[in-house]
Ligand binder design. Structure first.
Ligand SMILES: NC(=O)c1ccc[n+]([C@@H]2O[C@H](COP(=O)([O-])OP(=O)(O)OC[C@H]3O[C@@H](n4cnc5c(N)ncnc54)[C@H](OP(=O)(O)O)[C@@H]3O)[C@@H](O)[C@H]2O)c1
Length: 294
């Protein structure tokens, strides 16, 4: 069991709540008394997840929100629906993420790994920030990965335009998540909104299974054999979302609920600032929003 600390009166938004780490996170935050906005892209899978949480937690306050997080238009609709449903938001868990064996673009013209793993957390965090700031103390929890180690960002190939490999794209997306987590933390330093990131471990989930053929099968096989269960894989996310000991901790990276150093490339402030500008351009969020002095 990955128990959350008491969360009564807190509103938590969890993306990717239909499966794996996100599902357990939503379940345990609901069990701890939080109101949970569970986000999923498939209405049936989402309804099933909400029903399962309701059966497991007697008085669960869970509401499902459908959004395809490949698309900025959907992220914007989601943010306004959440804004209408909840006057306050205390926790945003940017958990949804995936790896793609083949390069393809969303209908908005972005490479899928980039769109889902990087653009969406950047945009959703921005759109929910007014709510988070007004509800402070508040937290943003970004699910990164140890896969970020050993890669650097190539700004000429951010979306695999020139060269694409599934794990290269995935690893760089998780490095981008870390750079952005630290950049958000710096820019939000004078607020009571914290931003932290984590690696959940090698977890046996639906991860990779979205891919046809051997690619998804091989990941599934190894994660079945060697992966930890989602209940354990969700512990660090739940810890960062709920534990009082990290209420004032921001701009840090955690594994097994302990603060650890991320890769040297993830602390490249110039790369973080440049990435911020790229994403501002891609999302239409003005570059200087949150540009507070360091
Ligand atoms: N498993 C690991 O070993 C591991 C290790 C390091 C980091 N992580 C990270 O942990 C996070 C959670 O992954 P997981 O392991 O729990 O995998 P998972 O079981 O595949 O869960 C991923 C979640 O993201 C959702 N999602 C995928 N594409 C989406 C889209 N376009 N729009 C909306 N939602 C979408 C999925 O929804 P559907 O149900 O509709 O597909 C699912 O709910 C990811 O960010 C992953 O990169 C995982």
């Amino acid at each position: 069991m990955a128990a959350a600390r008491p969360m009564t009166g807190r509103v938590c938004v969890v993306t990717g709540a239909t499966s794996g780490i996100g599902y357990v996170t939503a379940l345990e935050l609901a069990r701890a008394g939080a109101s949970v906005a569970a986000v999923g892209r498939d209405a049936n899978r989402l309804a099933e997840a909400v029903t399962r949480i309701g059966s497991a937690v007697g008085n669960a306050q869970v509401q499902g929100f459908t959004a395809d997080l490949f698309l900025q238009s959907e992220v914007r609709r989601l943010a306004s629906e959440i804004g209408r449903a909840y006057p306050q938001v205390h926790v945003l868990v940017n958990n949804a993420g995936a790896v793609f064996s083949k390069r393809d673009q969303t209908s908005e013209g972005f490479e899928r790994t980039w769109a889902l793993n990087v653009v969406t957390p950047f945009l959703l965090t921005h759109l929910l920030l007014p709510r988070l700031e007004a509800s402070a103390p508040a937290r943003v929890v970004n699910v990164s990965s140890a896969a970020h180690g050993g890669v650097t960002l190539n700004f000429e190939n951010l979306q695999g335009e020139n060269r694409y490999s599934a794990f290269g794209a995935y690893s760089r997306s998780k490095l981008a998540v870390l750079l952005l987590s630290y950049e958000f933390a710096r820019r939000l330093a004078d607020t009571r909104v914290t931003v932290n990131a984590l690696h959940p471990g090698f977890v046996s989930t639906g991860f990779g299974k979205n891919n046809p053929g051997a690619f998804g099968g091989v990941i599934g096989f190894f994660s079945f054999l060697f992966g930890i269960r989602p209940q354990r894989g969700a512990r660090t996310t739940i810890f960062l979302a709920s534990d009082p000991s990290v209420e004032n901790v921001t701009g840090k990276y955690f594994i097994r609920s302990h603060e650890v150093a991320s890769s040297p490339a993830s602390y490249d402030g110039a790369a973080g600032a440049r990435l911020w500008d790229v994403l501002s351009l891609q999302t239409g969020i003005p570059t200087d929003v949150l540009a507070r002095p360091l």
